[in-house]
Design a protein around this ligand. Structure first.
Ligand code: FE2
Ligand code: FE2
Length: 151
């Protein structure tokens, strides 16, 4: 049986676009690690993406979307993951092991949000989600970086 492609609620599309970019970042990090790129270069880019994309994305996800929705185990899992990413960004412990865990955890987190959480809330809470107003700002600065170590 063929899988139906996911159709995203229009109000969730901003987050989905950012998810795509976070996955691009995770893939770049994975490649950099596989090619033994100098850790300093990976750390610089990782810090840039955490501060410029991932942290602001999580803030908006929490303040504008999750705040409107009931507390469930799935929502709790997302908030726990977010706190893990925040704690990681504060430690600035950018070792091969921690960066490997970071890209794995990001892939897992986004898969969960896209395939499980968003799929369920956009049906159950369609009207609530319809009321959302995002700022015009998109957290999509990660496509410009002058050290393309992943190539
Ligand atoms: Fe997200
Ligand atoms: Fe998230």
């Amino acid at each position: 049986m063929q899988k139906k492609p996911l159709v995203r609620h229009p109000k969730l599309q901003k987050l989905s676009r950012e998810h795509h970019q976070i996955l691009v970042f995770a893939l770049r990090l994975k490649k950099g690690l596989a090619n033994n790129v100098d850790l300093k270069r990976l750390a610089n880019y990782t810090k840039y993406i955490l501060d410029g994309l991932i942290i602001p994305h999580m803030e908006e996800e929490e303040n504008i979307l999750l705040n409107l929705l009931p507390n469930t185990d799935k929502k709790k899992q997302i908030l726990d993951d977010h706190n893990g990413f925040r704690a990681f960004s504060k430690t600035e412990n950018f070792s091969t092991d921690s960066l490997t865990k970071l890209f794995e955890k990001l892939e897992q987190h986004i898969r969960f949000e896209e395939r499980i959480y968003f799929e369920s809330i956009q049906v159950k809470h369609f009207e609530i989600i319809n009321q959302i107003k995002w700022s015009d700002y998109e957290n999509l600065s990660c496509m410009t970086w002058n050290d393309p170590f992943w190539k």
